[in-house]
Write a protein that binds this ligand. Structure first.
Ligand SMILES: [Fe+2]
Length: 385
Protein backbone atom coordinates (compact mmCIF):
# COMPACT_ATOMS: atom_id res chain seq x y z
CA UNK A 1 0.00 0.00 0.00
CA UNK A 2 2.76 2.46 0.88
CA UNK A 3 4.68 3.83 -2.11
CA UNK A 4 8.06 5.51 -2.16
CA UNK A 5 6.93 8.95 -3.19
CA UNK A 6 7.89 11.22 -0.31
CA UNK A 7 6.23 14.27 -1.83
CA UNK A 8 3.10 13.57 0.18
CA UNK A 9 3.33 14.63 3.81
CA UNK A 10 2.96 12.35 6.82
CA UNK A 11 -0.55 13.57 7.70
CA UNK A 12 -1.75 12.67 4.25
CA UNK A 13 -0.02 9.29 4.48
CA UNK A 14 -1.96 8.61 7.66
CA UNK A 15 -5.22 9.52 5.93
CA UNK A 16 -4.30 7.48 2.90
CA UNK A 17 -3.83 4.44 5.08
CA UNK A 18 -7.18 4.84 6.80
CA UNK A 19 -8.91 5.45 3.47
CA UNK A 20 -7.25 2.45 1.90
CA UNK A 21 -5.71 4.64 -0.84
CA UNK A 22 -2.41 4.13 -2.62
CA UNK A 23 0.14 6.96 -2.70
CA UNK A 24 -0.64 7.61 -6.38
CA UNK A 25 -4.38 7.68 -5.79
CA UNK A 26 -3.90 10.04 -2.91
CA UNK A 27 -1.87 12.47 -4.99
CA UNK A 28 -4.37 12.35 -7.81
CA UNK A 29 -7.30 12.91 -5.47
CA UNK A 30 -5.49 15.63 -3.61
CA UNK A 31 -5.04 17.59 -6.85
CA UNK A 32 -8.64 16.90 -7.89
CA UNK A 33 -9.89 18.00 -4.52
CA UNK A 34 -8.02 21.26 -4.75
CA UNK A 35 -9.22 21.96 -8.28
CA UNK A 36 -12.82 20.85 -8.19
CA UNK A 37 -14.19 21.13 -4.68
CA UNK A 38 -15.94 23.91 -2.91
CA UNK A 39 -16.16 24.09 0.82
CA UNK A 40 -18.78 26.05 2.70
CA UNK A 41 -18.47 26.48 6.42
CA UNK A 42 -21.71 26.79 8.28
CA UNK A 43 -21.65 28.59 11.58
CA UNK A 44 -24.36 27.08 13.71
CA UNK A 45 -23.54 29.16 16.74
CA UNK A 46 -22.58 26.17 18.84
CA UNK A 47 -18.98 25.56 19.92
CA UNK A 48 -19.38 21.82 20.04
CA UNK A 49 -20.78 21.66 16.56
CA UNK A 50 -18.70 21.49 13.45
CA UNK A 51 -20.74 21.64 10.32
CA UNK A 52 -19.66 22.06 6.75
CA UNK A 53 -20.81 21.20 3.31
CA UNK A 54 -18.62 19.61 0.69
CA UNK A 55 -19.87 19.32 -2.83
CA UNK A 56 -18.23 18.21 -6.03
CA UNK A 57 -18.61 20.80 -8.72
CA UNK A 58 -20.62 19.41 -11.59
CA UNK A 59 -20.25 15.85 -10.36
CA UNK A 60 -22.94 13.27 -10.96
CA UNK A 61 -23.25 12.88 -7.19
CA UNK A 62 -23.62 9.16 -7.32
CA UNK A 63 -26.78 9.22 -9.35
CA UNK A 64 -28.46 11.66 -6.96
CA UNK A 65 -27.25 14.70 -8.94
CA UNK A 66 -30.36 16.87 -8.63
CA UNK A 67 -30.55 16.66 -4.88
CA UNK A 68 -27.28 15.55 -3.21
CA UNK A 69 -27.99 13.38 -0.20
CA UNK A 70 -26.87 14.66 3.20
CA UNK A 71 -24.75 12.49 5.43
CA UNK A 72 -24.19 13.34 9.06
CA UNK A 73 -20.85 12.12 10.42
CA UNK A 74 -20.72 11.89 14.20
CA UNK A 75 -17.37 11.22 15.82
CA UNK A 76 -15.56 12.90 18.70
CA UNK A 77 -12.17 12.25 17.04
CA UNK A 78 -11.52 14.98 14.52
CA UNK A 79 -9.06 12.89 12.48
CA UNK A 80 -11.37 9.96 11.85
CA UNK A 81 -14.29 12.31 11.28
CA UNK A 82 -12.28 14.14 8.64
CA UNK A 83 -11.44 10.88 6.90
CA UNK A 84 -15.11 10.02 6.46
CA UNK A 85 -15.95 13.60 5.53
CA UNK A 86 -13.41 13.84 2.74
CA UNK A 87 -14.34 10.43 1.38
CA UNK A 88 -18.07 11.15 1.33
CA UNK A 89 -17.39 14.59 -0.08
CA UNK A 90 -15.54 12.97 -2.98
CA UNK A 91 -18.55 10.76 -3.63
CA UNK A 92 -20.69 13.87 -3.99
CA UNK A 93 -22.53 13.88 -0.69
CA UNK A 94 -23.30 16.94 1.32
CA UNK A 95 -21.56 16.21 4.59
CA UNK A 96 -22.45 17.55 8.01
CA UNK A 97 -20.19 16.90 10.98
CA UNK A 98 -20.89 16.61 14.67
CA UNK A 99 -18.34 15.95 17.38
CA UNK A 100 -20.67 14.68 20.11
CA UNK A 101 -23.73 12.51 20.47
CA UNK A 102 -25.65 15.02 22.52
CA UNK A 103 -26.04 17.50 19.66
CA UNK A 104 -27.12 14.90 17.11
CA UNK A 105 -30.80 15.00 17.97
CA UNK A 106 -30.98 18.76 17.49
CA UNK A 107 -28.85 18.60 14.36
CA UNK A 108 -30.98 15.87 12.80
CA UNK A 109 -34.13 17.98 13.24
CA UNK A 110 -32.35 21.00 11.81
CA UNK A 111 -30.60 19.40 8.82
CA UNK A 112 -32.68 16.27 8.14
CA UNK A 113 -29.81 14.08 6.90
CA UNK A 114 -30.38 11.08 4.63
CA UNK A 115 -27.94 8.93 6.57
CA UNK A 116 -25.92 9.03 9.79
CA UNK A 117 -22.43 7.63 10.22
CA UNK A 118 -22.17 7.16 13.95
CA UNK A 119 -19.21 6.45 16.20
CA UNK A 120 -19.94 4.09 19.09
CA UNK A 121 -17.82 5.46 21.91
CA UNK A 122 -18.29 9.13 22.65
CA UNK A 123 -18.30 11.08 25.87
CA UNK A 124 -21.77 11.98 27.13
CA UNK A 125 -24.45 10.40 24.98
CA UNK A 126 -22.87 7.41 23.23
CA UNK A 127 -23.73 6.11 19.77
CA UNK A 128 -26.15 3.45 21.07
CA UNK A 129 -28.20 5.98 23.00
CA UNK A 130 -28.32 8.31 20.00
CA UNK A 131 -29.41 5.50 17.66
CA UNK A 132 -32.06 4.22 20.05
CA UNK A 133 -33.49 7.69 20.45
CA UNK A 134 -33.66 8.31 16.69
CA UNK A 135 -35.18 4.92 15.90
CA UNK A 136 -37.95 5.40 18.45
CA UNK A 137 -38.99 8.75 17.03
CA UNK A 138 -41.56 8.64 14.22
CA UNK A 139 -39.89 11.63 12.54
CA UNK A 140 -36.37 10.16 12.44
CA UNK A 141 -36.80 6.38 12.44
CA UNK A 142 -36.35 6.07 8.67
CA UNK A 143 -32.90 7.69 8.66
CA UNK A 144 -30.37 4.87 8.19
CA UNK A 145 -27.67 4.65 10.85
CA UNK A 146 -24.28 3.07 10.12
CA UNK A 147 -22.19 2.38 13.20
CA UNK A 148 -18.45 2.82 13.00
CA UNK A 149 -16.91 0.05 15.07
CA UNK A 150 -13.48 -1.38 15.64
CA UNK A 151 -12.67 -4.56 13.78
CA UNK A 152 -14.04 -7.69 15.55
CA UNK A 153 -15.96 -5.63 18.13
CA UNK A 154 -18.71 -8.24 18.39
CA UNK A 155 -20.27 -6.76 21.51
CA UNK A 156 -20.78 -3.38 19.87
CA UNK A 157 -22.36 -4.98 16.83
CA UNK A 158 -24.82 -6.95 18.91
CA UNK A 159 -25.73 -3.88 20.92
CA UNK A 160 -25.98 -1.91 17.65
CA UNK A 161 -28.48 -4.39 16.22
CA UNK A 162 -30.52 -4.15 19.42
CA UNK A 163 -30.84 -0.38 19.11
CA UNK A 164 -31.80 -0.53 15.42
CA UNK A 165 -28.54 0.05 13.50
CA UNK A 166 -28.90 -0.44 9.75
CA UNK A 167 -25.29 -1.37 9.04
CA UNK A 168 -21.74 -1.42 10.41
CA UNK A 169 -18.39 -0.25 9.10
CA UNK A 170 -15.00 -0.84 10.60
CA UNK A 171 -12.13 1.56 10.94
CA UNK A 172 -9.94 2.11 9.01
CA UNK A 173 -12.53 2.73 6.29
CA UNK A 174 -12.40 0.87 3.06
CA UNK A 175 -13.23 3.49 0.50
CA UNK A 176 -15.23 1.26 -1.86
CA UNK A 177 -17.12 -0.40 0.97
CA UNK A 178 -18.07 2.93 2.56
CA UNK A 179 -19.27 4.35 -0.74
CA UNK A 180 -21.29 1.24 -1.60
CA UNK A 181 -23.01 0.97 1.77
CA UNK A 182 -23.86 4.63 2.04
CA UNK A 183 -25.23 4.70 -1.48
CA UNK A 184 -27.38 1.63 -1.00
CA UNK A 185 -28.86 2.82 2.32
CA UNK A 186 -29.58 6.31 1.01
CA UNK A 187 -31.41 4.80 -1.95
CA UNK A 188 -33.39 2.56 0.36
CA UNK A 189 -34.29 5.50 2.57
CA UNK A 190 -35.52 7.53 -0.37
CA UNK A 191 -37.66 4.63 -1.59
CA UNK A 192 -39.15 4.30 1.87
CA UNK A 193 -39.88 8.01 1.92
CA UNK A 194 -41.63 7.80 -1.44
CA UNK A 195 -43.70 4.99 -0.07
CA UNK A 196 -44.53 7.03 3.02
CA UNK A 197 -45.60 9.91 0.81
CA UNK A 198 -47.92 7.60 -1.12
CA UNK A 199 -49.39 6.36 2.16
CA UNK A 200 -49.87 9.90 3.35
CA UNK A 201 -51.78 10.73 0.17
CA UNK A 202 -54.12 7.82 0.83
CA UNK A 203 -54.68 8.90 4.41
CA UNK A 204 -55.39 12.44 3.22
CA UNK A 205 -57.98 11.13 0.76
CA UNK A 206 -59.56 9.10 3.55
CA UNK A 207 -59.70 12.14 5.81
CA UNK A 208 -61.26 14.25 3.05
CA UNK A 209 -64.02 11.66 2.67
CA UNK A 210 -64.73 11.85 6.38
CA UNK A 211 -64.95 15.64 6.13
CA UNK A 212 -67.42 15.30 3.20
CA UNK A 213 -69.81 13.49 5.46
CA UNK A 214 -70.55 15.74 8.45
CA UNK A 215 -72.46 12.97 10.22
CA UNK A 216 -69.51 10.81 11.10
CA UNK A 217 -67.50 13.23 13.28
CA UNK A 218 -64.13 11.77 14.24
CA UNK A 219 -65.22 8.23 13.40
CA UNK A 220 -61.85 7.30 11.83
CA UNK A 221 -59.78 8.48 14.77
CA UNK A 222 -61.99 6.62 17.23
CA UNK A 223 -61.76 3.47 15.10
CA UNK A 224 -57.99 3.73 15.08
CA UNK A 225 -57.85 3.87 18.88
CA UNK A 226 -60.44 1.15 19.40
CA UNK A 227 -58.67 -1.01 16.81
CA UNK A 228 -55.39 -0.69 18.64
CA UNK A 229 -56.94 -1.49 22.03
CA UNK A 230 -58.96 -4.50 20.79
CA UNK A 231 -55.97 -5.78 18.79
CA UNK A 232 -53.82 -5.67 21.91
CA UNK A 233 -56.59 -7.38 23.89
CA UNK A 234 -56.61 -10.21 21.31
CA UNK A 235 -52.79 -10.44 21.48
CA UNK A 236 -52.42 -9.56 17.82
CA UNK A 237 -49.00 -9.02 16.27
CA UNK A 238 -47.64 -5.52 15.81
CA UNK A 239 -48.45 -5.69 12.09
CA UNK A 240 -52.00 -6.91 12.62
CA UNK A 241 -52.59 -4.07 15.06
CA UNK A 242 -51.15 -1.60 12.57
CA UNK A 243 -53.45 -2.97 9.85
CA UNK A 244 -56.46 -2.61 12.14
CA UNK A 245 -55.47 0.95 12.98
CA UNK A 246 -54.93 1.83 9.32
CA UNK A 247 -58.23 0.16 8.51
CA UNK A 248 -59.82 2.73 10.82
CA UNK A 249 -58.88 5.44 8.35
CA UNK A 250 -58.89 3.57 5.07
CA UNK A 251 -61.84 1.14 5.18
CA UNK A 252 -64.19 3.56 3.42
CA UNK A 253 -61.61 5.25 1.18
CA UNK A 254 -63.56 3.95 -1.84
CA UNK A 255 -66.37 6.39 -0.97
CA UNK A 256 -64.24 8.91 -2.85
CA UNK A 257 -65.79 7.35 -5.95
CA UNK A 258 -69.40 7.57 -4.73
CA UNK A 259 -71.36 10.62 -5.92
CA UNK A 260 -72.56 13.10 -3.28
CA UNK A 261 -76.12 12.56 -4.47
CA UNK A 262 -75.88 9.04 -3.05
CA UNK A 263 -73.31 9.43 -0.27
CA UNK A 264 -74.98 12.45 1.31
CA UNK A 265 -78.57 11.65 0.38
CA UNK A 266 -81.10 12.58 3.03
CA UNK A 267 -83.69 9.90 3.50
CA UNK A 268 -83.72 6.30 2.38
CA UNK A 269 -81.46 4.98 -0.34
CA UNK A 270 -83.18 3.28 -3.28
CA UNK A 271 -82.03 -0.19 -4.39
CA UNK A 272 -80.12 1.54 -7.22
CA UNK A 273 -78.43 3.86 -4.68
CA UNK A 274 -77.40 0.83 -2.64
CA UNK A 275 -75.92 -0.79 -5.68
CA UNK A 276 -73.73 2.28 -6.18
CA UNK A 277 -72.89 2.59 -2.48
CA UNK A 278 -71.73 -1.02 -2.28
CA UNK A 279 -69.11 -0.30 -4.90
CA UNK A 280 -67.08 1.61 -2.29
CA UNK A 281 -65.38 -1.56 -1.05
CA UNK A 282 -64.19 -2.45 -4.56
CA UNK A 283 -63.10 1.09 -5.38
CA UNK A 284 -61.19 1.23 -2.08
CA UNK A 285 -59.41 -2.02 -2.82
CA UNK A 286 -58.39 -0.73 -6.24
CA UNK A 287 -57.01 2.50 -4.79
CA UNK A 288 -54.81 0.70 -2.27
CA UNK A 289 -53.82 -2.50 -4.02
CA UNK A 290 -50.67 -1.19 -5.70
CA UNK A 291 -49.03 -0.33 -2.39
CA UNK A 292 -47.30 -3.30 -0.78
CA UNK A 293 -47.57 -1.74 2.65
CA UNK A 294 -51.36 -1.86 2.28
CA UNK A 295 -51.51 -5.63 1.79
CA UNK A 296 -52.77 -6.25 5.30
CA UNK A 297 -55.44 -3.54 5.11
CA UNK A 298 -56.97 -4.60 1.80
CA UNK A 299 -58.97 -7.52 3.27
CA UNK A 300 -60.48 -5.03 5.74
CA UNK A 301 -61.33 -2.60 2.94
CA UNK A 302 -62.90 -5.25 0.71
CA UNK A 303 -64.66 -7.39 3.29
CA UNK A 304 -65.82 -5.11 6.10
CA UNK A 305 -69.45 -5.49 4.98
CA UNK A 306 -69.53 -9.29 4.74
CA UNK A 307 -71.79 -11.15 7.17
CA UNK A 308 -71.14 -14.41 9.05
CA UNK A 309 -74.16 -16.08 7.37
CA UNK A 310 -73.07 -15.07 3.86
CA UNK A 311 -75.69 -12.31 3.40
CA UNK A 312 -73.13 -9.48 3.17
CA UNK A 313 -71.19 -7.99 0.27
CA UNK A 314 -69.24 -7.85 -2.02
CA UNK A 315 -68.51 -11.60 -2.14
CA UNK A 316 -71.16 -13.09 0.16
CA UNK A 317 -68.39 -14.86 2.09
CA UNK A 318 -69.46 -17.11 4.97
CA UNK A 319 -68.01 -17.67 8.44
CA UNK A 320 -64.25 -18.22 8.49
CA UNK A 321 -63.97 -17.52 4.76
CA UNK A 322 -64.29 -13.88 5.83
CA UNK A 323 -60.75 -12.65 6.60
CA UNK A 324 -60.37 -12.53 10.37
CA UNK A 325 -59.15 -8.93 10.51
CA UNK A 326 -62.23 -7.87 8.55
CA UNK A 327 -64.45 -9.66 11.09
CA UNK A 328 -62.66 -7.92 13.96
CA UNK A 329 -62.76 -4.55 12.26
CA UNK A 330 -66.46 -4.87 11.49
CA UNK A 331 -67.31 -5.17 15.20
CA UNK A 332 -65.31 -2.04 16.00
CA UNK A 333 -66.92 -0.12 13.12
CA UNK A 334 -70.48 -1.07 14.08
CA UNK A 335 -69.92 -0.46 17.78
CA UNK A 336 -68.59 3.05 17.15
CA UNK A 337 -71.47 3.85 14.79
CA UNK A 338 -74.01 2.73 17.40
CA UNK A 339 -72.26 4.71 20.15
CA UNK A 340 -72.25 7.92 18.04
CA UNK A 341 -75.00 10.46 17.67
CA UNK A 342 -76.29 10.96 14.13
CA UNK A 343 -78.99 13.34 12.83
CA UNK A 344 -81.42 10.44 12.63
CA UNK A 345 -80.53 8.71 15.95
CA UNK A 346 -79.23 9.22 19.45
CA UNK A 347 -75.97 7.77 20.71
CA UNK A 348 -76.50 4.45 22.47
CA UNK A 349 -74.80 3.55 25.74
CA UNK A 350 -72.19 0.80 25.52
CA UNK A 351 -74.60 -1.73 27.05
CA UNK A 352 -77.30 -0.80 24.53
CA UNK A 353 -74.81 -0.97 21.64
CA UNK A 354 -73.57 -4.42 22.73
CA UNK A 355 -77.16 -5.59 23.05
CA UNK A 356 -77.96 -4.52 19.45
CA UNK A 357 -74.79 -6.26 18.23
CA UNK A 358 -75.70 -9.40 20.16
CA UNK A 359 -79.14 -9.44 18.51
CA UNK A 360 -77.44 -9.19 15.11
CA UNK A 361 -75.11 -12.01 16.10
CA UNK A 362 -78.06 -14.16 17.18
CA UNK A 363 -79.66 -13.56 13.80
CA UNK A 364 -76.49 -14.90 12.12
CA UNK A 365 -74.65 -11.77 11.01
CA UNK A 366 -71.54 -11.92 13.24
CA UNK A 367 -69.01 -14.44 14.51
CA UNK A 368 -70.52 -15.50 17.90
CA UNK A 369 -67.18 -16.32 19.55
CA UNK A 370 -65.60 -13.06 18.44
CA UNK A 371 -68.68 -11.12 19.51
CA UNK A 372 -68.34 -12.59 22.98
CA UNK A 373 -64.67 -11.56 23.12
CA UNK A 374 -65.59 -8.07 21.96
CA UNK A 375 -68.26 -7.73 24.67
CA UNK A 376 -65.74 -8.88 27.30
CA UNK A 377 -63.19 -6.40 25.93
CA UNK A 378 -65.64 -3.47 26.15
CA UNK A 379 -66.65 -4.45 29.68
CA UNK A 380 -62.98 -4.76 30.71
CA UNK A 381 -62.38 -1.22 29.36
CA UNK A 382 -65.21 0.06 31.54
CA UNK A 383 -63.80 -1.71 34.58
CA UNK A 384 -60.44 -0.01 33.99
CA UNK A 385 -62.15 3.35 33.72
FE1 LIG B 1 -67.94 0.77 4.47
Amino acid sequence: MQGSNHAVGSQNNLEAYSLGLSQEELMLEHSQAVSSWIKVDVNCGDDSLVSRTLQAKGSKVNGFDLDPPKVLVVDDHAASRMTAVSLLGMEGYEVIEADSGSIVVELVTQKQPDLILLDVMMPGMDGFEVCQFLKQDEQTRLIPVIFITALNDRQSRIRGIEVGADDFLTKPFDRVELAARVKSLVRQKRLNEDLEHAEQVLFSIAMSIESRDPNTGNHCERLEKLGQAFGEYLNFSRYQIRDLMWGGYLHDIGKVGIPDAVLLKKGKLTPEDWQIMRQHVLIGEKICQRLRSMRGVIPIIRHHHERWDGSGYPDGLKEDDIPYLAQVFQLIDIYDALRSERPYKKALTSVEALSVMQEETDSGWRNPKLMQQFAEFILSCHEKE
